[in-house]
Design a protein. Structure first.
Length: 283
C-alpha cells in the first residue's frame, strides 16, 4: 500500500525524532500528544534541530523548509489518525498504556492503516491482540537520536502480514534507516543485548572494578562502540532502562537481567541520567 500520511503518537524524545525523519522523508506527518503544549514543544524542537542541521551544513535549507511544511500537530486522536496510512506509537514503555492508546486509534483509523509500535522490549503480539486488524500490526524500534542513528529494528509476530512488513521496510528505508528483522521475543535483539551490557557495566561500578569513565573507554576504544554502556544508560534514562530490565528479568527468568541495587538506588534518588542532569555522568 502507498504511505502518504504518518501519525506519530507521543511528542517526547523519540516521538518528535520519528516525526522529524518522517517529514524529511516527504510524508505528511502529524505529531500527536494528549497535551497540546507537549506537541508544540516537540514541533519547536524539530524546527530547532533542522535549523542546527542547516547551520552545520548537514541539511539543505530547502529540505528543512519542505519538512516543516509537511508537519502538523494535534491533541485529538480522531483528526490525527482518521486519514493516516501508518500510525507509529512512541509512548512510555508501559504495556497497558500502549494497549489503551491502540484501542483508541483502532476506533478511528481506516481498515488499511498500519499500526507500528516503537517499543524497545514489549510483546508485539500482546499489543496487536487488542485491535480489530492484528495483521496490520508491527514493531518499528527506532534509536536515539532518531535523525542520526541508522538502525531500525522491525519486529514481527506470527500474525503480521506481508503488507505490514513491506510498508515498515519501505518507510524505514525512505527515512534513511537500515532495517534488521527480528521475531517477537522479549527484548528483541538490540534491547536484549544492550541492556545486558549496560547492567553488567553498572554491576562493575557497584563492585568498584573501575570508574564509569574507564568502563566506557574500554568499550569505546577496545570494541569500537561509539558510546560506552554507562553513558548510553544515562542518555536513555536509568528509569527507562530499569523498567526494561525488570520486564526482561520477569519474562526471560535470567539473572543476567536482574537490576543491580546501585541502579535502583540511583533511580530512587532521582539520578536518572541526562534528563535529570545527573547519572553516572554530570550533564
Amino acid at each position: 500500500m502507498s504511505i502518504e500520511q504518518i501519525t506519530v503518537i507521543g511528542a517526547g524524545t523519540m516521538g518528535h525524532g520519528i516525526a522529524q525523519v518522517a517529514a524529511m522523508a516527504g510524508y505528511h506527518t502529524v505529531l500527536f500528544d494528549i497535551d497540546i503544549n507537549a506537541a508544540q514543544s516537540g514541533l519547536d524542537k524539530i524546527k530547532a534541530n533542522l535549523a542546527k542541521g542547516v547551520e552545520k551544513g548537514k541539511v539543505e535549507q530547502s529540505l528543512a523548509d519542505a519538512a516543516i511544511n509537511k508537519l502538523a500537530i494535534a491533541d485529538e486522536i480522531e483528526p490525527a489518525c482518521a486519514t493516516a496510512n501508518m500510525v507509529i506509537e512512541a509512548a512510555p514503555e508501559k504495556l497497558e498504556l500502549k494497549q489503551s492508546i491502540f484501542a483508541s486509534i483502532d476506533k478511528v483509523a481506516n481498515d488499511e492503516c498500519i499500526y507500528a509500535s516503537n517499543t524497545s522490549s514489549l510483546s508485539i503480539a500482546k499489543l496487536a491482540a487488542g485491535v480489530k486488524r492484528p495483521a496490520n500490526f508491527i514493531g518499528m524500534h527506532f534509536f536515539n537520536p532518531v535523525h542520526i542513528m541508522e538502525l531500525l529494528e522491525i519486529v514481527t509476530f506470527d500474525g503480521t502480514s506481508d503488507a505490514a512488513l513491506e510498508a515498515a521496510k519501505s518507510v524505514g528505508e525512505a527515512m534513511g534507516k537500515t532495517p534488521i528483522f527480528v521475531k517477537d521475543f522479549p527484548g528483541f535483539a538490540s534491547s536484549r543485548l544492550g541492556v545486558a551490557l549496560g547492567l553488567e557495566a553498572i554491576r562493575m561500578v557497584e563492585q568498584g572494578v573501575a570508574s564509569p569513565q574507564d568502563i566506557d573507554r574500554a568499550m569505546e576504544l577496545g570494541y569500537r562502540h561509539p558510546m560506552g554502556p554507562l553513558k548510553l544508560s544515562d542518555l536513555v534514562g536509568l528509569d527507562v532502562r530499569l523498567g526494561i530490565a525488570d520486564y526482561l528479568h520477569g519474562e526471560l527468568k535470567s539473572e543476567v537481567f536482574k537490576a543491580p541495587q546501585l541502579m535502583r538506588d540511583m533511580v530512587e534518588q532521582g539520578k536518572l541520567g541526562k534528563k535529570s542532569g545527573q547519572g553516572f555522568y554530570s550533564w
